[in-house]
Every structure is written in structure tokens, then in C-alpha cells.
Design a protein around this ligand. Structure first.
Ligand SMILES: *Cc1c(COP(=O)(O)O)cnc(C)c1O
Length: 386
């Protein structure tokens, strides 16, 4: 059976060129980057080159980039590190209701440690309300953290606008840009962010590696104590092979992102148009323009999203019900809830996230199968009326 993968916001296949770049670092280039001999220097050079590539890609300086074990660690580092370094100044952290759990659950933990967290609402398109942000800022505010692009709906947040406000008020600003960097242009200076999280495995790199941008001069508490790795900010022997793979993925994204996006937009429009035409009682969740070109979140009324996922899986098609981290729980998506989507409709929502290997034929196949699956499930639903 042919398998079709439409869950690229959960993770992506590793690009073969990335695998190829990584392989020597599992073999003859095994040195520890902290060693001063030639083996060590070889690893050090690879990491320095990777740091330069990532820094250039987001408009940062290399000494503002710190490699981590992924997006989750970068988010934890940013939030806890800034909160604890600024405890003397205030205890308010402003975030949004639609963040990834790496941010939301870190916020919940900070609440237990005495910080006050404000969760900003979003509008019906899933975009954060700037007026509410302005109202939430007080003299105790030490950090604003709002994600760049949402993983469930693809909604792109007004990061530059928030950055401008944060700057005016002298408040540090972090963005979880895991779904943005490598998919849309991101520049830390244009956005005026002080901290930014990225991850490799959402952009055809390996899992278990990411990075955080920390603007020079930003006071931050360490999370991992040990050796002097990563400019004494993140201890632990560097994951050289993964860092090299990450940089290769970034180089590829830099070259191919623009063309890729044109293709993805076409596929997404085709998917949405055909679903709207062929299946009644559907609704697209997310902003018509301010959205990642690869992401489509669609509600199918009168059916359970989980049932659609399982039925499509039997046909070899992989989709998801929003965030990979919440599937398996029957709670409706916190993102769709924040957008005002009623729970019974949120339950019937599917995230299609496309990638560079998808084709028009894939979309044709998926729509054809979906028509039958939704019809069948609705026939079994006691709630369904034409
Ligand atoms: C995937 C994801 C993360 C977590 O990154 P990992 O590298 O998987 O830890 C954080 N934020 C967003 C928006 C994500 O999509």
C-alpha cells in the first residue's frame, strides 16, 4: 500500500542530504568538541560552522545561538531562565492561550513557583489580540512569550507588532518559532525578539536537536549545569552529528523554501477547495492569509476526528487531530477552544500538514477517501441530519 504522510507539523522525514551530511560524525569524525587535539578541533569546527549557518538564517550573531536538545528545551530555557533571572524585577509573564505545551506547561509550573501568568485570548482566526496584550502589561511584567506560527492551525502571529510593544515597554520578548523558522522568513531584528526557539525535526532535520537565540546582553539563568559548553550557557557534550544535520536542513530550507511554499500553497488550496466542494458541513479553522502555507485545519461536523484519523490510517494516510502531543487524550484542542470553536465541532477537526514530498495525486487520493469515510461515519451518527 502506498503511504501518504500529511503530518509534517508533528515531524518531517529527514532529508537524505541531511543524513549524508551527518554520517561522518557517527564514524571517523567522532571527536569531542571540547578536546584540543585534531579530533576535537574537527568537531568544534563543524559546530562553529553550523552555528554560523543558523545565525545567518535568522539574522543573529553566532554567539547568540545556543544548541539544545530541541524546541521543548529551548522553550523551557527561555521561560524558566528569564523568569528566574528577573525575579527581583517582577513576576508577571504574558503568554497566549494557543501556545505549544512546551510553553503552556512551563507556564503552569512557573505559576506554582510564584509567577503570575496572563494567557492572552485569540480571535476567531486564532490570532492573538494586541489590545489585550497592551492591557495585560504592568510594571511587574518581565517577559512576553507568544509563538510565531501555531502548530495546529498554522496561524501566524503579529510577532513584529508585539516585539515593538515589548521594546517600547522594556520587556523581554520570546517567541517559539519552531513552526516558523525554515517555513517562512524569520529575522530576529525585524521581529525585535530577545529570545527565539527553533527545532530541527520540523524542517527535515533530525529529532533531538534545536537551538535558542538569546540576544547579546540578556540575563538568563542556566538550566543545565556542568561543563562550559555552549559558551557556558548549556552544559553537556554537544550532539555534533545532529547539529551538523540541523545546519544542513537550514541550508536546504534557505535555498528551497520559497519554491516549496508556492507548491505547498497550491496543494493546500486544492485540498481545501475540494473538501469544501465535496463534503458538506465542513469549516476551515485558521486565518485565510496569515497562515503557514502547508497547514490546513478542517472541522467535519457530526464526526469524531479520531475516527477519521483511524479510517484514513487504514488507507495509508497519516493526518492528525491537531497537536501530536495531545492526541490520545479526548480533550478538545485548547487552540480551537480558544478560537471559540464549540467542543463538539473541535472534536471533529483534522490537521492536514503537507510537506515537500506530497503531490497533487496524494491530495486527490485523500479527498476521495475522505468523502467515503465521512459519509460512512455520519451514517452511523445519531446526531447527523442532512
Ligand atoms: C514541535 C514543537 C515544539 C517542540 O519541539 P521539539 O523539538 O519536538 O521538542 C515546540 N513548539 C512548537 C510550536 C512545536 O511545533
Amino acid at each position: 500500500m502506498k503511504r501518504i504522510y500529511l503530518d509534517h507539523n508533528a515531524t518531517t522525514p529527514v532529508d537524505p542530504r541531511v543524513v549524508e551530511a551527518m554520517l561522518p560524525y557517527f564514524g571517523e569524525k567522532f571527536g569531542n568538541a571540547s578536546s584540543i587535539h585534531s579530533f576535537g578541533r574537527e568537531a568544534r569546527k563543524a559546530i562553529d560552522d553550523a552555528r554560523q549557518i543558523l545565525a545567518d538564517f535568522v539574522g543573529a550573531q553566532p554567539d547568540e545561538i545556543f544548541f539544545t536538545s530541541g524546541g521543548t528545551e529551548a522553550d523551557n530555557f527561555a521561560l524558566k531562565g528569564i523568569a528566574f533571572a528577573n525575579k527581583g524585577k517582577g513576576n508577571r509573564v504574558i503568554t497566549s492561550k494557543i501556545e505549544h505545551h512546551a510553553v503552556l506547561n512551563t507556564c503552569k509550573w512557573l505559576e506554582k513557583k510564584g509567577f503570575e501568568i496572563i494567557y492572552l485570548p485569540v480571535d476567531g482566526f486564532g490570532i492573538v489580540d494586541i489590545e489585550e496584550l497592551k492591557k495585560a502589561i504592568n510594571e511587574k511584567t518581565i517577559l512576553i512569550t507568544v509563538m510565531h506560527a501555531n502548530n495546529e492551525t498554522g496561524a501566524i502571529q503579529p510577532i513584529a507588532e508585539i516585539g515593538k510593544i515589548a521594546k517600547e515597554k522594556g520587556i523581554l520578548f520570546h517567541t517559539d518559532a519552531v513552526q516558523a523558522v525554515g517555513k517562512i522568513p524569520v529575522n530576529v531584528n525585524e521581529l525585535r525578539v530577545d529570545l527565539l526557539s527553533v527545532s530541527a525535526h520540523k524542517i527535515y532535520g533530525p529529532k533531538g536537536v534545536g537551538a535558542i537565540f538569546i540576544r547579546k546582553g540578556t540575563k538568563i539563568e542556566k538550566m543545565l549545569h556542568g561543563g562550559h559548553h555552549e559558551n557556558n550557557k548549556r552544559a553537556g557534550t554537544e550532539n555534533v552529528a545532529s547539529i551538523v544535520g540541523f545546519a544542513k536542513a537550514v541550508e536546504i530550507a534557505k535555498k528551497e523554501m520559497e519554491d516549496e511554499n508556492k507548491k505547498l500553497l497550491k496543494l493546500r488550496d486544492k485540498l481545501e477547495k475540494e473538501i469544501e466542494e465535496k463534503i458538506k458541513h465542513t469549516k476551515i479553522n485558521g486565518h485565510p492569509e496569515k497562515r503557514l502555507p502547508n497547514t490546513s485545519n478542517i472541522s467535519f461536523e457530526f464526526v469524531e476526528g479520531e475516527s477519521i484519523i483511524l479510517s484514513l490510517d487504514l488507507k495509508g494516510v497519516a493526518v492528525s487531530s491537531g497537536s501530536a502531543c495531545t492526541s490520545g487524550s479526548l480533550e478538545p484542542s485548547h487552540v480551537l477552544s480558544a478560537m471559540g470553536v464549540p467542543p463538539e465541532i473541535a472534536q471533529g477537526s483534522i490537521r492536514f500538514s503537507m510537506g515537500k514530498d506530497n503531490t497533487e495525486e496524494d491530495i486527490d487520493f485523500v479527498v476521495r477517501e475522505l468523502v467515503g469515510i465521512v459519509k460512512h461515519l455520519r451514517e452511523m451518527s445519531p446526531l447527523y441530519k442532512e
